[in-house]
Design a protein around this ligand. Structure first.
Ligand SMILES: C[S@@+](CC[C@H](N)C(=O)[O-])C[C@H]1O[C@@H](n2cnc3c(N)ncnc32)[C@H](O)[C@@H]1O
Length: 268
């Protein structure tokens, strides 16, 4: 299934990639997904689609061929989303269980925020309904050591941080995946933080064992509004004291603003 993504970055220092690129040390850990289906056509309960059975979510849609009509619904919040992939019988068609792999939503615009100290952000030119897919968070997949090094260099030079840590538990095993779109990334790298967000990040698995980070609207988003999610996890975000000089002042302007950007202690 082709991903349709025709955005380009304005900055010549950033290269557009529509899918994550693992660095060399990560490449050896990639295994093709062991979840795939043999549904003859549309994947649903009747076809007993094994991808859908594994998935913690399901997509509801108005038109199966129009990814913009898809809406996410949860079956089990503790499980990732498993989309049908290239190993499935349905690989070349819209089957009702492919969305994140189809590329970002249309009508997303990157521009400098009203408060220029925030830098650029993503704004929507079309109404987005709660549950609609917005875009993937694409970047380099790097090791924990590399993430920590890059994070410290960014902090030292007071540069913006783009590194995102996905923290997953498989029984006793804790696996962390680090995505860095600083230099190689898609439109997702421009999404700012808000303490009163309109989107959430959902972990999705598609072609292999590397998690894909997908942004979905958690409420209806009106034309002209900024797309944002909460960079923190509530119980981790207040780890550092408010008067810590190294923390970035939050400019989200929401009534419940916590004052500072959440500090991801999993990267430090
Ligand atoms: C992933 S980048 C977001 C895109 C960035 N604004 C740009 O111009 O490329 C994250 C950085 O944006 C800035 N940022 C994001 N949300 C912010 C907020 N609510 N208040 C202040 N700065 C914010 C911070 O500098 C943060 O390190």
């Amino acid at each position: 299934m082709d991903c349709i993504d025709d955005y380009t970055h304005k900055s010549l220092n950033v290269m557009y990639f529509s899918k994550c690129i693992p660095t060399k040390e990560i490449q050896d850990t990639i295994k093709p997904s062991n979840v795939f289906c043999d549904c003859p056509g549309i994947c649903n309960k009747e076809s007993n689609c094994s991808c859908m059975r594994h998935s913690g979510t399901a997509y509801q849609f108005g038109d199966i061929n129009d990814s913009e009509t898809y809406v996410l619904s949860y079956k089990n919040k503790n499980r990732p989303t498993y989309e049908c992939n290239d190993q499935c019988q349905c690989k070349n068609s819209f089957c009702g269980n492919k969305l994140v792999q189809c590329g970002p939503r249309k009508g997303l615009k990157v521009r400098v925020c009203d408060d220029e100290r925030k830098g650029e952000g993503i704004f929507t030119e079309r109404l987005i309904n709660s549950g609609n897919f917005v875009c993937e968070y694409v970047g380099e997949i790097i090791s924990e050591k590399e993430a920590s090094t890059r994070f410290k260099i960014n902090a030292k030079h007071k540069r913006m941080n783009y590194i995102f840590c996905i923290d997953e538990y498989f029984g006793e095993n804790n696996i962390k995946t680090f995505i860095d779109p600083t230099v190689y990334g898609n439109i997702g790298r421009y999404i700012n933080h808000s303490c009163d967000p309109n989107c959430i990040m959902v972990i999705s698995r598609i072609q292999d064992n590397i998690p894909v980070l997908a942004l979905f609207a958690s409420k209806d988003i009106e034309i002209g509004q900024e797309i944002c999610y909460d960079y923190g996890i509530a119980d981790r975000s207040e780890v550092l004291k408010d008067d810590d000089v190294d923390r970035t002042k939050c400019l989200c302007r929401s009534s419940n603003c916590r004052g500072f950007l959440p500090c991801d202690t999993r990267i430090i």
